[in-house]
Design a protein around this ligand. Structure first.
Ligand SMILES: Nc1ncnc2c1ncn2[C@@H]1O[C@H](COP(=O)(O)OP(=O)(O)OP(=O)(O)O)[C@@H](O)[C@H]1O
Ligand SMILES: [Mg+2]
Length: 318
């Protein structure tokens, strides 16, 4: 029986981070000079999805008592949004009437030194705009991405200023994956809910896909059963295989819908204004509906009663 559903949430912060001692120590080592008033080392962290990059960064950050900002660039893409979020986390009050980008940057520079972690950094538009806060401060920057090559695309002025240490996160071995999955099962379920061979199969599938999230999704789906056995795991995993593969924008839209189920297309679009026209947004919605990822319901309001509410499909898992 599922005792603590939150433990299976991919954003859950486990108390133990398994098998990442080296990586955690590298991050700590890079940023700790800040505590002695020295300049830290910048870090460039890369590796495939679901290998603990965000987890380790957050884990170290949580214990790091210093002025700091952690920003997921996926949610703060434009240079202004990114800078404003860094400023906010550094405790800089931005007046309601707003500032120009230059003013925000100026205030950030004044707060130096600090630590900035930019997760999913490849999702930021015009990342070269961070140059002034890198150049003008004795601060420390940690950039995280799936793509090692992304760094090559930076403006040489920025990359040479950053001059980061590269830290690769490799996929877990099967044994390592098993340890991670075991611990989650122990925390999330009452004893005996997940049979041993089912647990091994979940870890095996996550290992093959090189992504811990696969195990979390399988466990989430399986958690509706009193007891989870091998057969159920295989059934659920087969279901997953039929799931469509989404591109980045589709994933973002789906994530947004997940957080805002039951809203209309027009309401959902507001988040993406400036990034695409309403018409292309509607096309995305149509496509996602066709793929069976979402379902829509007419509200009976709007133009000829055709305004629609959007929901995630029951069977949708990633
Ligand atoms: N070593 C570990 N010990 C415990 N849990 C882990 C470990 N590594 C990853 N996880 C869990 O796996 C999930 C994915 O990890 P995380 O979010 O850090 O991946 P990521 O490498 O940042 O992936 P992405 O590139 O997609 O952002 C999280 O729920 C995390 O808690
Ligand atoms: Mg991450």
């Amino acid at each position: 029986m599922l005792r603590r559903p939150e433990v299976l949430d991919p954003d859950f912060m486990p108390e133990h981070v398994f098998h990442r001692e080296r990586e955690i120590n590298t991050i700590k080592g890079a940023i700790s000079p800040l505590l002695q008033g020295k300049r830290g080392e910048n870090l460039f962290i890369y590796g495939p999805p679901g290998v603990g990059k965000t987890l380790c960064a957050k884990y170290v950050l949580e214990q790091f008592d210093f002025r700091k900002a952690y920003v997921n660039c996926w949610f703060h893409r434009s240079p202004y949004n990114l800078m404003a979020e860094i400023a906010r986390q550094l405790g800089i009050p931005i007046p309601v009437k707003g500032w120009s980008l230059e003013e925000v940057v100026k205030e950030i520079v004044k707060r130096s030194p600090f630590l900035v972690v930019l997760d999913e950094v490849d999702k930021a538009n015009e990342i070269n705009e961070i140059y002034p806060i890198v150049e003008g401060t004795k601060s420390c920057f940690v950039l995280i991405t799936n793509f090692k090559d992304w760094f090559m695309g930076l403006d040489p002025r920025l990359s040479s200023r950053l001059h980061p240490t590269f830290l690769e996160f490799k996929p877990y071995s099967f044994e390592q994956m098993l340890d991670i999955v075991k611990e989650r099962v122990k925390l999330a379920f009452t004893p005996g809910s997940v049979e041993k061979d089912a647990l091994i199969e979940i870890a095996r599938r996550a290992f093959l896909r090189r992504d811990v999230r696969v195990a979390l999704h399988l466990l989430q789906k399986a958690s509706k059963f009193e007891r989870i056995d091998l057969e159920k795991v295989n059934e659920i995993a087969e279901e997953f295989k039929k799931k469509p593969i989404l591109n980045d924008m589709e994933k973002r839209i789906v994530e947004w819908i997940k957080e805002n189920e039951g809203k209309t297309t027009g309401e959902l679009y507001k988040k993406f204004e400036g990034e695409m026209t309403e018409r292309s947004f509607r096309n995305y919605i149509k496509k996602l509906e066709k793929m069976g990822v979402i379902r829509t319901e007419e509200t009976g309001k709007g133009f000829r009663g055709r305004s629609r509410r959007i929901y995630l499909s029951e069977q949708y898992g990633i």
